[in-house]
Write a protein that binds this ligand. Structure first.
Ligand SMILES: *Cc1c(COP(=O)(O)O)cnc(C)c1O
Length: 260
C-alpha cells in the first residue's frame, strides 16, 4: 500500500491496491492446489491493477509460470521477469514467430495452422522451441478439436518441437453443478492420456477452487488471485482492490420530481 496517498478530500475517489493480499492469495491458492503447480494469469494489465505491480508481486510470492492474452503483454512481462515461463493465450499470429524466439515466449497453439507455422519456423531457424497446445473441450472459442488433438498425438514423432503444456479451458466452472464440467473433465483426461509426458492444465480460478480432479499438473487462476469470487460456493480470498468514494450529497426528492 502506498504510504502517502492523496487525501480523499482532494480526489474524486481513492483506489487502493493491497499487494500483500495479492501475494497471500497466490500462496493460499498454491497451497490448496498442491501437488499441482500454480501459475498466475496476468492478462488485461494484471486484471486492471497494472501488469508491473501484479507480475513482480506474484513472482516474489513464488509464481514461475505466467499467462497473458497478447504478445505485446508478453514482451512487457519479459522485461519485468527475465526468468519466468510466459505463455501467450491468444495464439500465434503469422509473422510474429521471431518475437517469440527473441523474448523466450511460449505460444499457446490453438489450430493445426498455428502448429504448422510453429513447426516451419522451428525448421527454418534450426531450433526446436517449446510451445503449448490448446484443445477445445467445450468452450468453443480457441483450440484444436479433440479429433485434431488425437492426430497431433499420433504424429508426435514429426511434431518438430517440444510441448511445454497441454491445456484446455473450462466454459462454466463458476457453475459447479453444470453437466459440461464433468464432460470437459472426461474429454480432457482422455486427451491428456495421449500426452503422458506433457504437463496438463485445465482449471481457471473456479476450477482451481473445486474438486482436485480438475487440477492436473498446473492450474491457471486469475480472478481469485486478485480477490474476486469465481464461484458462489467458495468464500473469496483476501480483497486486493479497495475503492473509496466520497458521498458528495444526499438529497430528498418527492415522488414525481425530476433528477438529473
Ligand atoms: C482468463 C483465463 C484464465 C483465468 O481465468 P479466471 O476465471 O480469471 O481464473 C485461465 N485460462 C485461460 C485460458 C484464460 O483465458
Amino acid at each position: 500500500m502506498s504510504s502517502n496517498p492523496l487525501p480523499l478530500a482532494e480526489a474524486g475517489g481513492l483506489l487502493t491496491l493491497d499487494l500483500s493480499a495479492l501475494a497471500a492469495n497466490y500462496q493460499e491458492l498454491a497451497r490448496r492446489v498442491a501437488p499441482a503447480a500454480c501459475a498466475a494469469v496476468v492478462k488485461g494489465d494484471g486484471y486492471g491493477i497494472g501488469l508491473a505491480a501484479a507480475a513482480t508481486t506474484l513472482w516474489h510470492a513464488g509464481a514461475r509460470s505466467f499467462f497473458v492474452a497478447l504478445l505485446s503483454e508478453a514482451r512487457r512481462l519479459r522485461d519485468l521477469l527475465p526468468d519466468a515461463e510466459i505463455f501467450v493465450l491468444n495464439g500465434l499470429f503469422p509473422g510474429t514467430e521471431a518475437t517469440y524466439q527473441d523474448h523466450g515466449l511460449r505460444p499457446v497453439l490453438g489450430s493445426t495452422d498455428e502448429i504448422a507455422n510453429w513447426r516451419d519456423f522451428c525448421d527454418r531457424i534450426g531450433q526446436a522451441l517449446p510451445a503449448a497446445i490448446h484443445v477445445d473441450t467445450g468452450m468453443n472459442r480457441l483450440g484444436l478439436t479433440p479429433a485434431e488433438a488425437v492426430n497431433v498425438a499420433e504424429g508426435r514423432h514429426e511434431l518438430g518441437f517440444p510441448l511445454a503444456l497441454l491445456m484446455s479451458h473450462l466454459a462454466c466452472a463458476d457453475e459447479p453443478d453444470h453437466p459440461l464440467n464433468a464432460r470437459q473433465l472426461e474429454d480432457f483426461r482422455a486427451i491428456a492420456a495421449l500426452f503422458p509426458d506433457v504437463r496438463a492444465s485445465l482449471s481457471n480460478s473456479a476450477g482451481a477452487l473445486g474438486d482436485p480432479a480438475y487440477h492436473f499438473d498446473l492450474v491457471r487462476p486469475g480472478i481469485a488471485v486478485y480477490g474476486g469470487r469465481p464461484r458462489a460456493d467458495v468464500a473469496p480470498l483476501r480483497p486486493v482492490v479497495r475503492l473509496e468514494l466520497r458521498i458528495a450529497r444526499i438529497r430528498h426528492v418527492h415522488e414525481g420530481e425530476t433528477v438529473g
